[in-house]
Design a protein around this ligand. Structure first.
Ligand code: ZN
Length: 223
């Protein structure tokens, strides 16, 4: 399954989703040529699953089952990590901290720094702090097992780093519950909805819902 952007538009009483690549000017539901008023121009929905190695200073969520594992509907185990400014991903596993240049090509990327603040000086500090944090005695293979019952250890590593950066900037640390509900879950929900529509588009060429779809009001895509 090659992921890609989707196109959403309203026609003949339906909200229609098609692949952004093959968005012809014909509505797949009624077969008629489509002309849009400016107010109803098609909306491009960016694929929320992207290459974590092309991200900079972000929190990443991936799944060993591939992109589809990022859907809430699958009971697959998620893995999280932090990338440095060059897309090198640090994560805590049962082998200790891994530092990977590949394997995170299909990730949900959670940016934590406003692009305007991601200046070279900030990136240098982020990278240096990450190296030091990853080298701490805390992240040994044996402790990974030990701490498992308190929740995902990779999550503890990644959030621990975020909090260290926050504190070094004089900010309050963020709790696991708060970080999860504010930053992680909304993006997993977006990815879940995207994947469900995308799979339907792959199988049937398009996906349509009734006009009173709640897509417009409740889903925000991308960063
Ligand atoms: Zn139509």
């Amino acid at each position: 399954m090659e992921l890609g952007d989707l196109l959403r538009f309203t026609h003949c009483g339906n909200t229609v989703f098609t692949s952004a690549d093959e968005a012809g000017l014909r509505c797949p539901v009624c077969g008629q040529a489509v002309r849009f008023a400016l107010s109803e121009a098609p909306v491009r929905i960016q694929c929320p699953i992207r290459d974590g190695h092309r991200a900079s200073c972000c929190f990443l969520v991936t799944s060993q089952s591939g992109a589809i594992g990022l859907s809430e509907e699958k009971e697959s185990e998620l893995h999280v990590g932090i990338c440095n400014s060059e897309g090198l991903v640090f994560s805590y596993t049962e082998l200790g901290v891994q530092c990977q240049q590949q394997g995170w090509e299909q990730s949900i990327i959670i940016p934590l720094v406003a692009p305007s603040n991601c200046i070279p000086d900030f990136k240098r500090r982020w990278d240096a702090q990450l190296e030091v944090f990853a080298a701490l005695d805390t992240w040994t293979p044996d402790r990974f097992q030990e701490e498992r019952e308190f929740g995902s250890c990779c999550y503890g590593f990644a959030l621990g780093f975020i909090n260290q950066v926050m504190m070094s900037q004089g900010k309050q640390p963020i709790s696991r519950e708060c970080f999860t509900s504010e930053y992680v879950l909304p993006r997993i929900e977006s990815a879940t909805r995207y994947l469900s529509v995308f799979q339907h588009v792959c199988r049937h060429g398009y996906h349509c819902t009734g006009q009173r779809s709640d897509w417009n009001s409740h889903v925000s895509w991308g960063p």
